[in-house]
Design a protein around this ligand. Sequence first.
Ligand SMILES: NC(=O)c1ccc[n+]([C@@H]2O[C@H](COP(=O)([O-])OP(=O)(O)OC[C@H]3O[C@@H](n4cnc5c(N)ncnc54)[C@H](OP(=O)(O)O)[C@@H]3O)[C@@H](O)[C@H]2O)c1
Length: 296
Amino acid sequence: MSQPYLVLGATGRIGSLVVRELSDRGLPVAGLVRDAQRAAPMWPSAVVPVIGEFDAPASIVSAMQGVGVAFISSPVHPEMAAWQCQAVRAAADAGVRRIVKLSGSAWTMVDGRMTTVGAAHAQVEAAMRAVQESGGPECICIRPNAFLQGILGRIGTELSAGDIFSLGIGPARVAFADIRDIAAACAHAMAASSTPSTIEVTGPEAMDGVKIAALLTQMLGKPIHYKPLEIHEAMARAKASGADDFTLRHQTEVLTVLREGVGERVSTDFESVLGRSPRTVQDYLAEVTSKVGGAR
Ligand SMILES: NC(=O)c1ccc[n+]([C@@H]2O[C@H](COP(=O)([O-])OP(=O)(O)OC[C@H]3O[C@@H](n4cnc5c(N)ncnc54)[C@H](OP(=O)(O)O)[C@@H]3O)[C@@H](O)[C@H]2O)c1
């Protein structure tokens, strides 16, 4: 039997889609989970659960044994760099052939303007380069722009209640990346015979709230308005949804730099590697509006 493709963070937004992408390609897939019962309904039945936990290093070492290609993703967390560097070392020691990491947005890792989490991703990327340069696994980093389904994730709920939606990005334009495209790039980087060492995933066009409101107005056949939130208002909303202090600090840093326009750059990496255009904001809004009543 060929060596399995191991996915860490396999029940997460991106990881669960990577599991499905790999499985759809007919590849043998294992997913690291803390709770196999929670994972089972998310995955195709052929996917093998491997019980593990970043805070239990021996479980990561054990999970890497016999693996061909490993995908590393973990949540935004104060221990993210430590967890991921430990996983990189475990993969290298186990003789894994290739490591693919879900990294940070490129603009969070720019010297002099790194966010806390961007610096953690940069630290893991450096650890990956070091193991590769010393003859270890080939290492590939996927750098996604802000997730479309993250920042625009509440639009459906807001439009069910009224004609206004609100975002914390102010007047900035952002080339949002659809999580399905991010997962497709990750799975491609794991499965392809050769792939660039860095793949930046963005949407095909940068959009601001006003343009999104215009698209929604057209789709729903009634005026839809954009209300830019101050950062403290966006954080109050995140806190009410249960975000912890580290996440609130992370989101504050991200929104602060996004509002400077850093997220508007469009990358052509996705199209050149995957051979198709990335999904658009229009595609996503069409899905959202079909659930809130569609065109009237
Ligand atoms: N949001 C954005 O716009 C954006 C943009 C660029 C990059 N990123 C990066 O994307 C990553 C997050 O991806 P995501 O949203 O797909 O993650 P996510 O949905 O938060 O999923 C996190 C995964 O990690 C697992 N996990 C959590 N704690 C664990 C532990 N102690 N041991 C083992 N597994 C654990 C979770 O498993 P359980 O089901 O057991 O909890 C889950 O599978 C971050 O590194 C972030 O910096 C995000």
